[in-house]
Design a protein around this ligand. Structure first.
Ligand code: TRP
Ligand code: SF4
Length: 423
């Protein structure tokens, strides 16, 4: 298996992936999340970094944000719908939503013209609005049009170098500099919600596919390196150092906690989160970024309709959100199932929903009620349903979804100017 931001290959073993990347399992958090989205309930979101911070923020109603980005490289499909729904759900849970249209990435990596990235970008924007993005508490922008993001990318670029990016992305001496710039712009996308203009440091969660984790790791490192103060847990408190010279420690003398002052650091005693928040407040006052390391969640990749990967060059491998409803239904009819070779064998042994793309469609997109989904699974496992009938249901649901969705996209078109969109 190979999972990088530029390619995903082979069958993905999510346990192995978490282990290799150092992603934590999401399953232990599920019980603490109010009104969990079906991706959460069904283990489709399998991993996270620092999501505890977001749960705390949701519950304590502190200011926090959700942000993700979309490369406008082809028609929006059910894979994009996953990330879009995750943004919308987090916004409903109280987060401010940031939506980046990664036109710089599409322009360079995919070679699309700016006119094309704009056209596709607006298709994505209408899609996320159709999926429920609220105009209040949201900002949508094209990377190329965001002065703030580009300026921040420059600031972050001071904190990394060739060796580091080569180690993470495998860059070589012939690699065009634009390739180096793209992860920095993405890091700026992710850290932008924490700028002073948006209320300063705060928890931010980034919903993505696991292929984006290298960018997340880099961003978390850059967040720390571009902030003045660093934190290290000690017994009953936090040790604080300054990355930009010991003089900055002066600024922390007024902190309202029990503390011990040393030449090179400061030991502060009390609740870790509270201390860190207080220190970040001071840092912002003296002009620092004081970034909170961003949190992330990872969803599983959807399987291509014919098995294997979804590939933008093979339209029969995925359902586009803009397929004619009948065409979408037809694609479902041809999808790979977990059915047996013959009907009688299937009646005896039952089907294999865990290997079935149609069942995946139900679980990821088409069936909201967990009991209905469980029933479909049981009827499959015990050999009561035949794949033909099952596919009919999936095709019908797909058709209905697409026609309702496309109607909402048309409505979104006329509402676009109510949204804050930077382009
Ligand atoms: N690189 C992402 C992709 O290929 C798109 C992206 C751009 C992004 N900026 C982001 C994702 C910020 C998450 C956060 O799909
Ligand atoms: Fe998939 Fe349905 Fe066939 Fe089971 S019966 S393998 S869920 S299509």
């Amino acid at each position: 298996m190979k999972v990088t931001p530029w390619e995903v290959e082979g069958v993905v073993d999510y346990y192995k992936l978490m282990d290799e990347f150092g992603i934590s399992s999401f399953s232990t958090l599920v019980d603490r999340i109010p009104n969990p989205h079906r991706f959460i309930r069904r283990g489709i979101i399998f991993g996270h970094r620092d999501y505890d911070r977001i749960i705390d923020a949701i519950r304590s109603r502190k200011s926090w944000a959700v942000m993700s980005g979309f490369m406008p490289s082809g028609s929006a499909h059910f894979g994009h719908k996953m990330t879009m729904e995750e943004i919308v759900w987090h916004q409903k849970m109280g987060g401010m939503a940031f939506v980046a249209i990664a036109d710089m990435e599409a322009n360079f990596v995919r070679g699309l013209s700016w006119a094309k990235t704009r056209e596709i970008g607006f298709q994505y924007i209408k899609s996320i609005i159709a999926l429920g993005l609220d105009k209040n508490n949201s900002i949508i922008y094209f990377q190329s049009a965001s002065r703030k993001v580009k300026d921040l990318a420059f600031e972050l670029s001071k904190e990394t170098n060739f060796s580091e990016l080569r180690a993470i992305y495998g860059f070589e001496s012939e690699t065009p500099i634009a390739r180096f710039y793209i992860p920095l712009v993405q890091a700026a996308d992710i850290l932008q919600p924490q700028l002073k203009d948006f209320g300063g440091p705060k928890p931010v969660v980034v919903p993505v596919g696991a292929d984006q984790d290298p960018h997340i790791r880099l961003t978390r490192d850059l967040a720390a390196r571009s902030s003045i103060f660093s934190f290290e847990k000690i017994e009953n408190g936090v040790r604080i150092r300054s990355r930009k010279g010991v003089n900055y420690l002066e600024a922390l003398k007024g902190l309202n906690f029990e503390k011990k002052i040393y030449e090179e650091h400061l030991d502060v005693f009390g609740d870790q989160r509270e201390i860190e928040d207080a220190v970040r407040c001071v840092e912002v006052e003296i002009g620092g970024f004081a970034f909170v390391p961003p949190s992330s969640i990872y969803h599983k990749f959807m399987t291509g309709l014919l098995g294997g990967k979804m590939s933008s060059s093979k339209p029969e491998s995925y359902i586009s959100l803009f397929d004619k409803p009948e065409d979408g239904a037809k694609k479902v009819g041809k999808a790979l199932t977990g059915g047996r070779a013959t009907a009688s064998e299937q009646r005896q042994l039952g089907g294999e929903p865990d290997k079935c793309v149609v069942f995946e469609l139900f679980a990821y997109h088409l069936i909201e009620d967990d009991r209905d989904l469980a029933e479909i699974k049981e009827n499959c496992l015990c050999g009561k349903t035949m794949c033909g009938n099952c596919k009919k249901l999936a095709a019908e649901l797909t058709k209905n979804f697409l026609s309702e969705f496309q109607e909402r996209v048309n409505e979104a078109e006329s509402k676009l100017d109510e949204y804050e969109i930077i382009y």
